[in-house]
Each structure stands twice: as C-alpha cells, then as structure tokens.
Design a protein around this ligand. Sequence first.
Ligand SMILES: C[S@@+](CC[C@H](N)C(=O)[O-])C[C@H]1O[C@@H](n2cnc3c(N)ncnc32)[C@H](O)[C@@H]1O
Length: 248
Amino acid sequence: MPYKTPLHADAMTQPSRPHRNFYGRFKGKHLKRSQQDYINEDLTALSPGPVDWDVNPDRTPLDLEARFGTRPVWLEVGFGGGEHMVHQAAQNPDVSIIGCEPYINGVGMLLGKIRKAEVDNVAVYAGDARDMFDVLPEASIDRAFLLYPDPWPKARHHRRRFVTPEHLAPLARVLKPGAIFRVATDIPDYVRQTMQQVPRHGFTWMGETPEDWRVCWDDWISTRYEQKALREDRVPHYMTFVRNETPI
Ligand SMILES: C[S@@+](CC[C@H](N)C(=O)[O-])C[C@H]1O[C@@H](n2cnc3c(N)ncnc32)[C@H](O)[C@@H]1O
C-alpha cells in the first residue's frame, strides 16, 4: 500500500468541483439602482447557508433545522421575478421557502417583492439549483416548484433542459418521499420530456388524463413568464408529481 501524504488524503475525501455548463443569463443590461440596493442590503441575511463552492468546498450539508426550525421547507427553482415565491410565502406562513435563481436582475425583483409583502419565511440563493442540491440533506424538502423552466426548443438543446438526469436525480434525492413536485410549462414538447423523464427518477404523475394538464393549481398565481406565454397564445400546462415512497 503506498504511503498517502495528507495532501493525497485530502484529495480523496474532498469533492472536486464538477464542471457545470450554464447556458442562461446571469445579468441583464440594466440592473435598477433600487434592485442593486436590495441586493447589497438584504441578500446576505436571506442566505439559506453556505452553498457556493468557495464558502463550502467540502459540500457540508446545510443545517436546515438550525436555519428554519422544524417548519416544512419548500424549494422553487428559477423563480424569475419572484411573484410565485412571495405569493406562496404569504399564503403559507408555517412553511419556509428557498428560492434559487442565477439571474441577478430576477433576484433584485424578488427582494423588492419580499420587502413589500413583508414575508419573513423565505431564503434566497442567487445561483444555480445544482449547487443548491449538492448541499441539501437527503429527503429534506417537502415540495418543489419548477415553473416555466427555460424551454430550449431546438432538439439539439433538449439536453440543456431541467428535466434531464443531471437535475432530476439530485432533486429526487433531496425531496422527501411523498413530497410534491410541480412543473408548469407552455411548451408541448417540454410536457413530453417531463412526462418521460420525471417518472424515471422516482416520481409518479398525479393526473389521470391529459386534460388535467390544463387545470392550474388552486393556490396558483400566474408568473411573468406565463403572462408572456398567454400574450403569445401559448397554452399553459400544469403537472403535479409525487416523490415515490420507495427508493428509485
Ligand atoms: C423562463 S424563466 C421563468 C421564470 C419564472 N419561473 C416565471 O415563471 O416567470 C426560467 C428561469 O429559470 C432560471 N434558471 C435556469 N437554469 C437554472 C438553474 N440551473 N438553477 C436555477 N434557476 C435556473 C433562469 O435564470 C430563468 O430565470
């Protein structure tokens, strides 16, 4: 057995940062002054804990109970302008909601809405959901939302979609058995890929007929992206899955 120096030992125990392509936008042309102020003033206090690789290189799982107490924790991936996240937080004061969004202008919009609605049961990670999944404990999340994920309409870009193993496997790991996973999209081919891929990762669709796709959830608030889709005559589809009790 060759002798291992401490350096070797570290290299064997510390995860190395995976290469993750991100094809979306981190920043738009104009970040409003007010939004920059919200980011400077509010974002640190709303952190869910150490998520980024530079502050958590060994990917220690977050202590959700220390951060949120014993309340159920929900997760919204790609919250855009944050209207749905703030709406859910206001409707569900006994739940904590973590939102992930790499687009900093969207983060600024959300922070403005959080101030206005005065909700205190939210946490914000201004980054990629995959980095968040790394540090969420297994079976720790009670509900997840994926609302109008980037459509990537060209066939050669379908592998960039969220509903691919790279995202769904870690999402399934962090959701509790019995947790709800909601997906909304205006792209029929995204419905196809979602219905094909999500059940392969340990979820069961809760609908019975394709007509169920047409009915929005009772507690729904239309998002910015949905409003745009409706203006452009695209049809919203709503899918609800439950995380299976048995392992994948
Ligand atoms: C089409 S927009 C929809 C925004 C919002 N959910 C809505 O309905 O208005 C998709 C959002 O997902 C975000 N997104 C893309 N990849 C992501 C990732 N890996 N993690 C978190 N958010 C992501 C994008 O930055 C973008 O804001």
